[in-house]
Design a binder for this molecule. Structure first.
Ligand code: SF4
Length: 367
């Protein structure tokens, strides 16, 4: 076990299907056109392999489009987790891209199994134009219709929102839109080169700085809505030096594919082919349990390289104390190795918000 890696994950990501009926222009999933579905046998193996000593684990059902498996199969996949959920040892979260409508039948499942719901939506009008179906048709109206069903059923939801280059000048407009939709919590992902999205036009750090500057200003006027990155940064500055140093180990974030294969560190690595890194597969839950797979992770080349990358960050980057090296996958997708340091993602999602907040605190905002 590497000293910098937790032996107990706080989150595991589960892929019930590789299929996604949508075709978002920035999507990183290379197998999203394939209908490969998890069986209840694999779900049972995941539930069985959750360490008995682990604290509560968040099980995030991600895709593909998780709702594409249909209500009946989804319930079959949830069933093996029931003893753990009822004992308070797992809680479920589903992240839907809107590729399948949220119906009352889905709402019944969300309520019965106490599933947190996250919806992906990027903003109003043309800001959501990258989210399209396989015919190239806009998804915005259908996603809002799904949100309306959640609201009618009084089911709270969170939002994940991708910020493209054009969105970086419109933080206030996006946040007004999401607030008016009724989202109490939003996390922003500034678009990056990942997986199949290797040729996307990603924002520069100056674009991102403008976005975060405006987001901080917006949040000052709208403190009731949680903006993940804003809260994280403000929270960090509120910690004592001892609290900051307390436990900076990385969550191994095991991500389990439809067939039981496990990748570690970054969900985006699942399904990516690489001879050098053996497709990033750390094991399979049908033959090994998760504690065993995590315990032997130090043998994996990409985990070893990421450790070197973290050390390089620590030695060279003034943002390391806050950042702690961020995600492994971004380094690979941008540089082809995990030993690299700076990426578009860390410039735009770590450095840019820190610089924007520093500018605001100095009273030199450029907004
Ligand atoms: S901001 Fe980038 S270069 Fe700096 S520590 Fe984080 S990942 Fe490393």
């Amino acid at each position: 076990m590497s000293y910098w890696l937790h032996d107990q994950p706080g989150t595991i990501v589960v892929q019930p299907t590789t299929l996604c009926p949508m075709d978002c222009t920035y999507c990183y999933l290379s197998e999203r056109h394939l209908k490969q579905e998890m069986t209840p046998l694999v779900a049972a193996a995941i539930a069985d392999s959750i360490g008995s000593s682990w604290g509560p684990v968040e099980v995030v059902w991600h895709g593909g489009e998780p709702l594409a498996v249909g209500v009946e199969r989804f319930v079959e996949l949830l069933t093996p987790f029931e003893p753990l959920r009822k004992a308070g040892r797992v809680r479920h979260q589903v992240q839907t891209g809107g590729g399948r409508p949220i119906t009352d039948a889905w709402c019944d499942v969300f309520q019965l199994y106490e599933i947190g719901v996250g919806v992906s939506i990027d903003g109003p009008g043309a800001l959501n134009r990258h989210r399209v179906d396989r015919g190239g048709h806009a998804m915005l109206g259908r996603t809002i219709a799904s949100i309306d069903v959640l609201k009618r059923r009084s089911i709270p939801f969170t939002v994940l929102s991708v910020v493209g280059r054009d969105g970086t000048a419109q933080a206030g407009r996006v946040l007004d839109f999401l607030r008016d939709l009724g989202a109490p919590w939003v996390g922003f992902n500034v678009e990056a080169k990942e997986g199949a999205n290797s040729d996307g036009q990603t924002p520069s750090i100056d674009h991102a700085r403008r976005f975060w500057h405006d987001a901080f200003e917006w949040h000052r006027e709208n403190p009731d809505m949680t903006v993940r990155e804003v809260d994280r940064l403000i929270g960090y500055f509120g910690l004592s030096r001892e609290q900051r140093a307390e436990d900076a180990r990385h969550d191994p974030t095991p991500t389990i594919g439809w067939n039981g294969d496990v990748v570690l560190l970054s969900p985006e690595l699942l399904g990516v082919r690489s001879t050098l890194y053996s497709d990033f597969i750390a094991g399979n839950v049908l033959s090994d349990d998760l504690p065993t797979i995590i315990a032997r992770s130090a043998d994996l080349l990409y985990v070893q390289e990421f450790e070197t990358g973290l050390e390089n960050c620590k030695q060279t980057c003034e943002f390391f104390a806050f950042c702690q090296g961020l995600h492994a996958g971004d380094r690979f997708f941008e540089h082809g190795t995990f030993t690299a340091t700076e990426t578009d993602h860390c410039r735009n999602s770590v450095q840019a918000p820190v610089l924007a907040l520093a500018e605001l605190l100095r009273g030199k905002g450029n907004g």
